[in-house]
Design a binder for this molecule. Structure first.
Ligand SMILES: *Cc1c(COP(=O)(O)O)cnc(C)c1O
Length: 400
């Protein structure tokens, strides 16, 4: 192939993504630079993945140290950092055991398999159905796509994996039909991310939990986007005041190093026995070193104090903007998972913000999604808000 092919024309990579027309080549903290040297404030955080910003020093040092020791050895051998990261996760949550995978979808696959195996091996039933919700997002593998309650994600991939049924999110009217004889689990995001930044109502969650407990149905929370501090607590369920049976984590767990995890209560996780599940890369020493350093940083005692302060500050600024901006319908979400619903096209704001030096995302056609790194500063928030104010109030965007 000719080496004059530009990035945009190169079609050796399958076209599964619509890419923004810039190429990022460097990142540090809350900022990234493109191949033309332009600097951007990155309020996408790699889609809620670089929760400590780009190349956080403690994580980089931990990975560098591990790079000089052992990269990979397979799960045929003991991997001490797996034990350490699992212990830290268990210490910080209501769960007892962890399985490590490499991505969010793979973690959700593990959770689905665990729920089925628990039903078959421990409860000794042949039930298998998992209820998920409209506008959910659980991943792109065949099973997690089938679990995802969005027809556009499933288009063209029939037949779907059997064993999923969808209920309307935040809708108490569904409760009468929600749990049926075949149902073994419900699976939900506590704030739907990809589906449009939609938080679960506390009262709806309370009733859902009560219903599941009454029927002995497992609750699986997908905290792939909401977890690792994004909502101002380590995990979202901790704010909703209940203990799920199974939780999945990925995105922010290792600051951008691919990793996923399934956490479960001991009575459930014992359904997995040697040979029943596995992964070649899952829990490898490099990923574990990145995960350990990331989680240790987030679990430092004062960490959430400063995060909450900045989260409150950003919400305050955005609420002021929302009062003035005609195009803003609603600001919703929680912590640093923020959706701005507009009456026009969200992507137009995303493109204009990028031209002004601010990277943000959409979550559906009318929702702008803002995902700052957790350790962003007041000064950076001011910079982002200055750009957003200029875009919404139609002033000139200054050169910052
Ligand atoms: C991103 C995401 C996934 C899928 O994670 P991948 O690492 O892309 O497989 C699943 N669930 C939720 C809630 C997500 O935000």
């Amino acid at each position: 192939m000719s080496n004059s092919v530009t990035v945009a024309e190169n079609n050796a990579v399958m076209t599964t993504y619509t890419r923004f027309p810039i190429t990022l080549t460097e990142g540090k903290g809350s900022f990234v630079w493109d191949d033309q040297g332009a600097k951007y404030l990155d309020y996408t955080a790699g889609i809620a993945t670089c929760n400590l910003g780009h190349r956080p020093a403690t994580v980089q040092a931990a990975v560098e140290e591990q790079l000089n020791k052992l990269w990979h050895c397979s799960n045929l051998y003991h991997i001490p950092k797996q034990d350490q990261l699992a212990e830290l996760l268990v210490d910080q949550t209501c769960f007892d055991q962890v399985f490590f995978a490499n991505s969010g979808a793979e973690a959700n696959e593990g959770a689905i398999k665990l729920a089925r195996r628990y039903a078959h091996k421990i409860k000794q039933t042949d039930q298998f159905e998992i209820v998920t919700f409209t506008d959910s997002f659980h991943g792109r593998t065949l099973a997690t796509m089938s679990a995802t309650g969005q027809p556009k994600i499933q288009d063209g991939y029939a037949p779907h994996m059997p064993g999923f049924r969808y209920a309307r999110y935040n809708d108490e009217k569904e409760f009468a039909q929600l749990i049926q004889p075949k149902t073994i689990a419900v699976m939900l995001e506590l704030v739907q991310g990809e589906g449009g930044v939609i938080p679960a109502d506390q009262a709806w969650v309370d009733q859902l939990v009560t219903l599941c407990r009454q029927h002995g149905v497992l609750i699986i929370v997908d905290e792939i986007q909401t977890g690792m501090g994004r909502l101002g607590s380590l995990f979202a369920y901790q704010q909703y005041g209940f203990e799920p049976d199974i939780m999945t984590v990925a995105k922010g767990l290792a600051s951008g190093f691919p990793v996923g995890a399934v956490l479960a209560k001991a009575d459930i996780s014992t359904a997995l026995t040697p040979g029943s599940h596995g992964s070649t890369f899952g829990g490898n020493p490099l990923a574990m070193s990145a995960g350990l350093a990331t989680l240790a940083h987030i679990c430092e005692p004062a960490f959430f104090e400063s995060v909450s302060k900045q989260q409150q500050y950003l919400w305050q600024q955005l609420n002021v903007l929302a009062e003035q901006a005609e195009d803003i319908v609603e600001i919703r979400g929680s912590g640093f998972l923020i959706g701005i619903k507009v009456s026009t096209k969200a992507i137009d704001y995303v493109n204009k913000a990028r031209a002004a030096g601010l990277l943000i995302l959409v979550a559906g056609p009318q929702v702008i999604r803002i995902l700052p790194p957790l350790n962003t500063t007041k000064q950076e928030i001011d910079q982002a808000c200055k750009i957003l104010n200029a875009l919404f109030l139609k002033n000139e965007v200054d050169n910052y």
